[in-house]
Design a protein around this ligand. Structure first.
Ligand SMILES: [Zn+2]
Length: 323
């Protein structure tokens, strides 16, 4: 999927062999396939740091010339950006959202809003029923859960290593709890701390007195491993205590995540905030981007509300690849 801007075919968050430039909105693994050897990318310096920290074999070659592109904070995770450009070919301005979050996240830069003629928008939550309620209330309920459950046993939070883990870490810090994090999360935490995000944590790699003393009592652990129920059972065997599992994800609203507790805390905007985002950008044309099902559902739901919306397939302008 690509956008034509001022003589460049820019692949957005994907690999396109015909592209002359790649835009990488943020460091989540499903957005970085455009990073290839000898290929210049437009991305934030923090995105480069996060990608290289997670995988030492990867090198991100940032383009020094932004070629008329402006990067705007997306509010999703640290370093995440939207792409804005005034395209000569389109005779219009174009904004690509990447993954974005309208609500403020303590461990990410707040989103920057800008009007644009054309908007390419992420479709993670395409249904009007995809609304999560007040984010601050969800955070308070996580903090209540942590405080009450630590009186009874160990807590194991399962979380994406990048973004959500740092937010859970901060949520715990705000009530005076130092979580124990796995190696993958600790590496990312280092980049966050280096870039001014305050996080206090214990790393499972540091076999020091502080860690040993924390493990003597009940503790909160955050893991990026998917097999969290297996890890919980191992922790329970090792420490002879009950382990309570928890998950924080927007999908927790509609799906059973297989954990003891689940919280609908998302780093994506819900449907209600997507509409606020669209209205702030005030585009005359919207292209929805995401997996086939969600992008087509989102385009249909936006059309019902009176927006001119269709699925982003191939390129903007449409058909460019066929020329
Ligand atoms: Zn993402």
């Amino acid at each position: 999927m690509a956008v034509v801007v001022n003589g460049h075919l820019i692949a957005v968050d994907c690999w396109d062999p015909e592209s002359t430039l790649n835009f990488v909105s943020h460091a989540h693994s499903d957005h970085i396939s455009g990073i290839r050897k000898n290929k210049k990318v437009i991305a934030s310096r923090i995105t480069k740091e996060l990608i290289e920290k997670r995988d030492h074999r990867k090198r991100v070659d940032l383009s020094e010339d932004l070629e008329g592109i402006t990067m705007l904070n997306a509010g999703h995770i640290l370093g995440s950006k939207q792409m804005y450009a005034e395209s000569m070919e389109l005779g219009a301005s174009i904004l690509y959202s990447g993954d974005y979050q309208m609500e403020s996240v303590a461990v990410a830069e707040p989103i920057e809003l800008k009007g644009s003629d054309i908007l390419i928008i992420d479709s993670t939550y395409p249904e009007p029923s995809d609304v999560f309620g007040d984010r601050q209330d969800i955070i308070l309920s996580i903090q209540e859960f942590i405080k009450n459950t630590l009186k009874k046993g160990i807590i194991l939070f399962s979380s994406y290593a990048l973004g959500k883990a740092q937010e859970i870490n901060r949520i715990a810090n705000e009530i005076g709890i130092l979580p124990l994090v796995d190696r993958k999360i600790a590496l990312i935490n280092e980049v966050y701390v280096k870039n001014g995000i305050k996080l206090e944590y214990l790393s499972a790699e540091d076999a020091d007195d502080k860690l040993e003393s924390a493990l003597r009592g009940n503790f909160l652990a955050i893991t990026s491993m998917r097999n969290f129920n297996e890890i919980a059972s191992r922790l329970s065997d090792t420490y002879c205590r009950r382990v309570y599992t928890a998950v924080a994800s927007g999908f927790a609203k509609n799906f059973n995540m297989g954990s003891y507790a689940q919280f609908p805390l998302s780093d994506h905007s819900d449907f209600k905030h997507a509409i606020e985002y669209i209205d702030a950008c005030s585009p005359s044309k919207i292209y929805t981007r995401g997996n086939n099902e969600s992008s087509s559902v989102f385009a249909k739901n936006l059309s019902k509300l009176g927006y001119s919306a269709e699925v982003f397939n191939g390129s903007v302008p449409p058909g460019w690849h066929k020329r």
